[in-house]
Unconditional design. Structure first.
Length: 233
């Protein structure tokens, strides 16, 4: 009698396994009709512990799936709460901007609200303009190289978030507080070609990072741009 080669034995074993799997798929009520078979099936534990019955494994899998769903639900609830908080802050900012009667009002209100409402350690606004002796420090000559370097950071007019930018830019933006700032965001001001920058800084290294969404920062920039356009020539 011809003996089977090892490869043939493996193929036969696989064929049987496939046949059993196919049969169980075609007869999902099998274990209902033969419950004693179900109770005798043992599965090794993933961590190398004692074997458990198929029913116990199913309970374990369902419990893990339930825990995963609960985590997802908590994340959704937390995200919804955070979005509500951010929407409320933006609404209060927009309302305050409506009441501003001058460029000074816009700038001072922006500083106060963003520091208080958004819990920021540093807020900076830089605008292209003609500096006047004794005037606002935010107005920067149009040919200022450092401001133009900031404008070059933007892609598609979108805010950028990250840790610390180049030391020279950090010093230019946040002056003496640059060393304290661990993460920051830059928001372009201007509908098409930016004429200003809103810089936000915090001592929290995880507050602003490259992977975060920028929808609310974009809206903030749009609101401030609209308010500035009424008072900044």
């Amino acid at each position: 009698m011809k003996q089977k080669l090892p490869s043939e034995e493996i193929q036969t074993e696989l064929s049987w396994e496939e046949a059993v799997a196919r049969y169980l798929e075609d007869h999902p009520d099998y274990f209902q009709r033969y419950p004693e078979t179900l109770s005798r099936i043992l599965l090794s534990h993933e961590t190398g512990g004692k074997a458990v019955s198929l029913i116990e494994r199913q309970v374990q899998v369902l419990r893990e799936q339930n825990q995963a769903l609960q985590r997802q639900l908590r994340e959704l609830v937390n995200n919804a709460r955070e979005n509500d908080v951010l929407s409320g802050r933006l609404h209060r900012f927009a309302t305050a901007m409506i009441g501003c009667a001058s460029l000074d009002d816009v700038l001072d209100t922006t500083y106060d609200l963003l520091r208080q409402e958004f819990k920021l350690d540093a807020v900076v606004i830089l605008l292209r303009g003609r500096p006047v002796q004794g005037g606002r420090a935010e107005l920067v000559p149009e040919d200022d190289r450092r401001l133009n370097t900031l404008f070059q950071q933007f892609s598609g007019g979108k805010p950028i978030c990250g840790g610390k930018f180049e030391d020279s830019l950090m010093s230019y933006l946040f002056s003496g507080r640059a060393a304290e700032i661990k993460s920051s965001a830059l928001i372009p001001l201007g509908e098409k070609n930016p004429y200003g920058v809103l810089g936000l800084g915090t001592q929290d290294p995880y507050r602003f990072h490259p992977g975060m969404g920028t929808v609310y920062l974009t809206r903030l920039g749009e609101m401030l741009t609209h308010s500035l356009s009424r008072h900044h020539g």
